[in-house]
Write a protein of this length. Structure first.
Ligand SMILES: Cc1cc2nc3c(=O)[nH]c(=O)nc-3n(C[C@H](O)[C@H](O)[C@H](O)COP(=O)(O)O)c2cc1C
Length: 316
């Protein structure tokens, strides 16, 4: 195992969310207590071809320790080439294989959850990553099946091919992001493999996280949508508290904005609009703020409007 990730007690993981969990967001979440952060999904093809945009997406914040990079792959050779590119980057501790993405474009390419339809291929790709990687750990993120559940078979293939741990989103591909999460199935996976298992799906509070950990006996929980607009959930988890002062929220929102500008330049302004929308939900004057920021392109002006709003924010 690696520094800061011993699995001796349950860990709290930020789920990869394409379009959300970029470096600025991850660094904010990390500061609030996430034990592990994972990059957005990167295509093996783009990595192997050295796409500049993809290499930019690989960058991590210095506080992300350990740091996991997630790849999507549909073939052994391409996965190997992608891992060779990642081997040149020292800052990565874990390579994670995406076996859960349900999006038609990804499934159509034979990667993401479509690997669940071809377990021998999935196993070969995992083994190739493990054998090629110079990183400390290899992990896999799965769903319970494609159309039907075959979660135990999937988990055993993951384990047998050398993965060091796995994360389970407790739905099938057919269940998309809406069907009820099957925590019993996650528990069955935990009981049938000996590598650490992280539970994922609809965990959005301290109470829910504790319940899932107790029910499944998993080695950690992974939180995605529950952290969007709410990065302090990791503080609540770590400190078993619901209390977050307005001052802390304000400081974090400003830090998130500043990190966006640092990472994306002035393009960070339009990109921060969606975050402004989620952060302001439930506050007095939120819709006026949303209208206002939709028309601001200047970094300084946006920052000032944001600062003024959240400094004195009152719940509606
Ligand atoms: C907008 C969005 C983007 C996502 N991107 C990824 C991704 O890049 N890689 C991945 O493994 N899962 C991705 N997921 C799935 C999440 O990591 C997670 O498994 C799922 O949302 C269930 O967890 P939650 O209820 O805590 O959000 C994405 C989900 C959403 C909603």
């Amino acid at each position: 195992m690696i520094k800061n990730l011993s699995f001796s007690e349950p860990i709290y993981v930020l789920a990869p969310l394409a379009g959300f969990t970029d470096l600025p967001f991850r660094s904010v979440v990390k500061k609030f207590g996430a034990d592990l952060t994972v990059s957005e999904m990167l295509s093996s093809n783009a990595l192997a071809h050295g796409s500049t945009k993809t290499l930019h997406m690989l960058e991590k914040s210095p506080i992300e320790d350990p740091y996991s990079v997630q790849i999507a792959a549909s073939e052994v050779d391409m996965a190997k080439r992608a891992v060779e590119v990642l081997n040149e980057q020292n800052a990565i501790d874990i390579i994670d294989l995406n076996c859960g993405c349900p999006v038609p474009k990804v499934v159509g390419h034979g990667s993401g959850s479509s690997l669940l339809l071809d377990l021998p291929l999935m196993g070969d790709i995992i083994k190739t990553i493990k054998d090629t990687s110079n990183k400390s750990l290899t992990s896999v993120k799965i769903r319970l099946g494609f159309n039907e559940k075959n979660h135990i078979d999937i988990a055993k293939v993951v384990e047998d091919n050398g993965a060091d741990f796995l994360a389970v989103h407790g739905r099938t591909r057919a269940g998309k992001f809406k069907s009820e999460v099957d925590y019993d199935a996650i528990k069955e996976i935990k009981e049938s493999v000996s590598i650490p298992v992280i539970a994922n799906g609809d965990i959005d509070s301290y109470e829910k996280a504790q319940w899932v950990l107790e029910h499944t006996r998993c080695d950690g929980v992974m939180i995605g949508r529950g952290a969007v607009g709410n990065p302090w959930i990791f503080h609540q988890l770590k400190n078993s508290t619901k209390d977050i002062s307005n001052d802390i929220k304000h400081a974090i929102i400003m830090e998130h904005f500043d990190k966006m500008i640092e990472f994306y330049g002035s393009h960070g302004v339009p990109m921060f609009r969606k975050h402004t929308h989620t952060y302001s939900k439930g506050y007095r004057g939120a819709s006026k703020l949303r209208d206002e920021v939709n028309h601001i392109a200047d970094v300084k002006e946006y920052r000032e409007v944001l600062d003024n709003f959240f400094k004195n924010a009152e719940l509606a």
